[in-house]
Design a protein around this ligand. Structure first.
Ligand SMILES: [Mg+2]
Length: 283
């Protein structure tokens, strides 16, 4: 069973509502506001290695991944909860370093750690829940792309693949300012967590459209085209819109193609069908 198949099954079960976007979008407590929630796991030897990441880098990376999903929803982050499981022999200074890294990034984006849980486990396991807000009806979703929309990505692609190959820590920058700016512009949006090929396929599935990628990709320095197409963890924003400026607050924005009518989820890359080869946890 692939991750996509498992998610499809979960969505078909009674008692499940709204799964399929980067975040859950719920009625807010204040009028005119929606509450945007996201949970994300950061697991030792799956998402990071202790030999590569300092404790502080691991803490920052754990939060950054969740914040990226709030960015993709156009939300302003407010709170986070951290559930952390730690191996018995772990040095207390590692744990404090992890919290410092996470809290430094939280302060930079003005959100507060408001709770969580601590437990023992065989390896380090962090579950970060973030909550943010967006004006009612303005949160960005994966569905909404329609024929003739341009397809855009922020920044460059393949940076995470290069860091992984060089055994360097990779702390993504959540594109929160861009996400908020896109609330009144983008017809659909998601973050690139598993690779352009599979994430664009997912966005097109949700929107019921096809995509034609026929313009050069913004490939990161040292990255290959395969890294840019299929490498995960870049956490740039992928969005569709009638138009977009070439940059936002110094962050480049590149048009890579166009949404077209066709089989839902189908992506062509310079005339060839692009298989969704990005990362799938269950493949
Ligand atoms: Mg996401």
């Amino acid at each position: 069973m692939t991750e996509l198949e498992l998610v499809r099954w979960i969505r078909s079960q009674p008692g499940v509502a709204g799964i399929g976007d980067d975040c859950a979008i719920l009625p807010g407590t204040r009028a005119g506001e929606e509450l945007i929630l996201k949970a994300d796991q950061f697991i030792e030897d799956i998402h990071f290695r202790r030999t590569v990441y300092s404790a502080g880098q691991a803490g920052a990376a754990a939060l950054a991944r969740s914040l990226s999903d709030l960015a993709a929803s156009g939300a302003t982050p407010r709170w986070c909860l951290l559930s952390l499981a730690l191996p018995g022999g772990l040095d207390g200074s590692w744990t404090k370093g992890f919290f410092r890294g996470l809290l430094n990034l939280a302060r930079a984006h003005r959100l507060k750690l408001v709770g969580g849980d601590l437990a023992r486990a065989g390896r380090i396991y962090a579950d970060v829940v973030v909550a943010g807000v967006a004006p009612r009806g303005k949160a960005l979703r994966r569905r909404g792309a329609s024929a003739d929309d341009g397809i855009f990505v922020s920044g460059v692609l393949g940076s995470a693949a290069v860091a992984l190959r060089r055994s360097r820590a990779w702390i993504p920058s959540p594109r929160l300012a861009l996400g908020r700016a896109l609330r009144n512009r983008a017809t659909s949006c998601m973050d690139l967590s598993d690779g352009l090929s599979i994430d664009l396929h997912r966005l097109c599935l949700e929107s019921g459209v096809s995509a034609v990628v026929d313009r050069p990709l913004p490939v990161a320095s040292g990255a290959t085209l395969d890294d840019a197409l299929h490498g995960g963890e870049d956490y740039e924003l992928l969005f569709t819109a009638a138009s977009a400026p070439p940059s936002h607050r110094g962050l480049s924005i590149t048009r890579i193609g166009t949404i077209v009518r066709g089989r839902a989820g189908e992506v062509t890359f310079f005339g060839h069908k692009l298989l969704p080869l990005g990362y799938d946890h269950f493949r």
